[in-house]
Design a protein around this ligand. Structure first.
Ligand SMILES: Cc1cc2nc3c(=O)[nH]c(=O)nc-3n(C[C@H](O)[C@H](O)[C@H](O)COP(=O)(O)OP(=O)(O)OC[C@H]3O[C@@H](n4cnc5c(N)ncnc54)[C@H](O)[C@@H]3O)c2cc1C
Length: 448
């Protein structure tokens, strides 16, 4: 048994956990970060096809009971190890509905990481053609803000394979915030999987878990779970907080493809252009699955679909990201998440719009097909105002949640800036001890 006592223990190193440990370590706090995955950066398989299968949960074959393929990277940096590097400011509902002002933290992150659209010549010819076609149909397509600084790359080498991991060094990864925290004294344990929070008289006293076969027990004054929408739910449920994971959001995604007479978008960086239709609750963006992933994903649709792989080099793609209803559940036996009737109707409208754009961009309408559904934003499993206060504290004293779990609803937007801003806000709260007892009292009354 490994035993240790610290002030703060943080579980999970995605954008939530990584930002929090950086801020706490900077403020001189004693912090231990526990991450179940390993640091793949620098490994020969990092950013390769086999690598991506190895660091995704169940070799990327995690499915909900309804057949939704959930891509869940388990590695230092969390899902930013495989994300598309898109950024978006927090939506107005945070302030309007919940009184949570994230804008200053988000803007500071934009400035620090030099977040901006890629220069026009790097947005990809085919992707730009799709965006122009959408604009011709009256839609407000915009160059997408990116966590990418081409100037940092020895040679900017970005294509659909960017989603396997960044090879050229232009794309920011939350693991970089962990590096900074370690320099400031944060202790990092990788391959350390937390099983539960230890709770005594409704107060968190630490966490227990294991590294390989070796169990550990950490005693801490404050416990912060940042293990992602699914990981945090599992830990809370194992700790007796059964309301976690009753309903979730996923920003459920489908891609609509069409074959063009010219070069496709596979060589373009992912998601260089986007259009948000907030009336329909959909984000559209330019995207195609990486070359070798394409047939694997199509095989889950049906035996004949992988045949369309031969056209990959001439394929245009539009990603549809749906602001899905809170639905489904997570429990010990697995995940239930499908689409509600309302989701289905909106997805169908969005598919038609994507086809219209692709046709306008020159694609052959007889080639159109839609991929099976995918989930890359597991979130809203431990929702603000239901299970955590606006200061992200649970009904158990000294136990906080700081990741996409706390979203009150789906974003249908890139999530990472919002999560970073939430973590900066929580770090400020923890380090300045501005507790709101009335907020906590109200929640405790609510959950009995
Ligand atoms: C392919 C893909 C593309 C995406 N593209 C974008 C994009 O362009 N822009 C954007 O904003 N968002 C994007 N996202 C979504 C975004 O990356 C996630 O929403 C975000 O990383 C979630 O952050 P998080 O802190 O909640 O958790 P995560 O990033 O999921 O991190 C959780 C961490 O906790 C660890 N963990 C889990 N359980 C345990 C445990 N029991 N013990 C210890 N550690 C544990 C995991 O290994 C993981 O490292 C994308 C996601 C994917 C999969």
């Amino acid at each position: 048994m490994i035993r240790k006592t610290v002030d703060y223990v943080v579980v999970g190193s995605g954008p939530g956990g990584a930002t929090l440990v950086r801020e706490l370590a900077r403020a001189g706090k004693q912090v231990l970060l526990l991450e179940r995955g390993r640091d793949w950066r620098g490994h020969p398989l990092y950013a390769t096809y086999p690598g991506a299968l190895l660091y995704a949960d169940r070799y990327a074959l995690l499915f909900s009971r309804e057949g939704l393929n959930i891509v869940r990277p388990l590695m230092l940096g969390g899902a930013t190890g495989m994300y598309c590097g898109c950024a978006a400011m927090p939506l107005p509902f945070w302030k309007q509905k919940h009184g949570i002002d994230l804008d200053a933290h988000a803007r500071a992150t934009y400035d620090e990481l030099k977040i901006a659209p890629l220069p026009a010549h790097l947005r990809g010819e085919a992707s730009t053609r799709i965006a122009h076609a959408g604009a011709e149909l009256g839609m407000d397509w915009q160059a997408q803000d990116k966590f990418m600084q081409p100037a940092l790359a020895k040679s900017f080498d970005c294509s659909a394979t960017c989603m396997l991991g960044c090879r050229c060094g232009a794309k920011w990864n939350a693991a970089q915030y962990v590096d900074a925290a370690v320099v400031d004294g944060c202790e990092l344990w990788t391959r350390a999987r937390v099983d539960r929070v230890d709770i005594v008289q409704n107060r968190a006293t630490g966490v227990s878990g294991h590294i390989g076969n070796k169990p550990f027990e950490i005693t801490a004054n404050t416990v912060i779970l940042a293990a992602g929408g699914i990981g945090t739910t599992h830990i809370l449920q194992a700790s007796g907080l059964d309301a976690a994971g009753q309903g979730m959001a996923m920003d459920t995604t489908a891609m609509v493809y069409g074959v063009a007479p010219t070069k496709g978008i596979g060589a373009d960086p992912p998601m260089t252009w986007s259009y948000a239709d907030d009336d329909l609750g959909v984000l559209y963006s330019t995207l195609i699955d990486p070359w070798l992933m394409y047939p694997l994903i199509m095989a889950t649709k049906g035996p004949t679909y992988p045949l369309s792989w031969r056209n990959w080099g001439r394929t245009y793609g539009i990603m549809i990201k749906l602001k899905d209803d809170i639905s489904g559940s997570i429990d010990k036996s697995g995940i239930s998440k499908g689409l509600t009737t309302r989701d289905r109707a909106r997805l169908s409208s969005a598919e038609q719009i994507a086809r219209d754009i692709l046709q306008r961009a020159g694609c052959d309408p007889t080639s159109f097909l839609t991929t099976p559904l995918r989930g890359t934003h597991p979130s809203a499993t431990v929702r603000i105002s239901e299970m955590v206060t606006t200061d992200l504290e649970t009904s158990v004293a000294d136990l906080y949640v700081c990741d996409a779990s706390v979203f009150p609803e789906a974003l249908a937007r890139p999530t990472v800036i919002t999560i970073i801003a939430l973590a900066k806000r929580l770090a400020l709260h923890l380090t300045t001890a501005t507790t709101k007892p009335e907020d906590l009292r109200r929640l405790r009354e609510l959950v009995g």
